[in-house]
Write a new protein. Sequence first.
Length: 437
Amino acid sequence: MPESPIAVRLHGWREPASVFAAIAAGSPHSFWLDAGPDATSGWSWVGTGVVETEPDGPRRVPLTGTPEDDGWEAGRFRGGWVGWLGYEEAAARAGAPVAEGDVAGSADMWLRVDTFVAFDHARRSVWAIAPARDVRAFAEAVSAAHASLESVIPGTPALSRAVSRHTPQEYAELIERCRSAIREGDAYQLCLTTRFSVSHAVDPVAAFGRLRAATPAHHGGLVRSGGVALASASPERFLEVERGVVRTSPIKGTRPRGDDAVEDAALIRELRDSEKERAENIMIVDLMRNDLSRVCRPGSVGVDSLLQVESYPAVHQLVSTVSGTLNEGTDVGGLLDATFPAGSMTGAPKLSAMSILHGLEQGPRGVFAGCFGWVGTDGALDLAMVIRSIVTHPAGAYVGAGGGITWRSDAAAEVAEVAVKARGPLAALGADLPLGW
């Protein structure tokens, strides 16, 4: 039986970036789950792990237990797994056709974690967490660590131009095919995606450092295993479970930031008042309500917030939150089977949408459109959507981007939205959008 973790509070505040640079940046299997630079709320987690050889291990964790209040103050993650789940494996589980032949590292990956550092941004406190036999030495090592993120990453690479899976014209034609499927009644909404790739070597730590600085988000992160890494500035929480209650916060509806306060306010009003964006968001809320009802107590599923605008450095987003109380006996695998892939990345009805998109996109999504984060051995979890993200691999890197298509979608506006979403992650790679995008 694994040894219970011990948490030691350190004296004073340390920046997650500094601790990551000192204790984890050089490890081939490391993670940094990030609340964002200058965060004043939330938690960040930094550490290393070992690759889980039983990938179904996290799936078997029960989610409905209520741990006793034992005075633990070091955050909700008390050890377990950190990693990602790819799109194709989950889509295949759901019965949808999937593309094959993606780059290495697109399958599910978990690191087993029992030694890490927790950062409480609200209280400005830091905790070293490890098994009892190791925790004092680990706390001393973290306390003595002094490094800066800049010291372990190279400068910005020379600008290159990414290669896209689809040209803007091809993507616009696929949008019209989505609208045709909607007109025929085969779907209500379809999340159409594409991919932008570079073929030069990419340092994932450097890419994440630049991405984090330019487009900070409350669910950012860097997870690395061997030659593959995920660097994310995700603004979308997919699933959070605490004490048997599950929450999901789908994003549907995007506008770029304005050049000044007046334009910014106008774009917020445009997003909030858009019938198309509101309909798109509400359709996914209904889909997520349906998904959660499969594993939650009858009558417990509800909408906590609807059509709220959240603003980030590059975009405004329309966000809603749905929650429910999980049935007794529900485990991580049961929750994922009911909800993943996420409706915000598929469309509705989900199985029909995934089947249609498989025929249109003509290529794998890989880690993009999947999810990442942590699963605790105590039955808590926090997973974010893999959007606004970079996946690095031995042959280069890729960025996925897309948008929800409804009957009222305008092709030119949808193409422009994809460019807005892809520009930030590509810039962190030192890459520009392909010509035409």
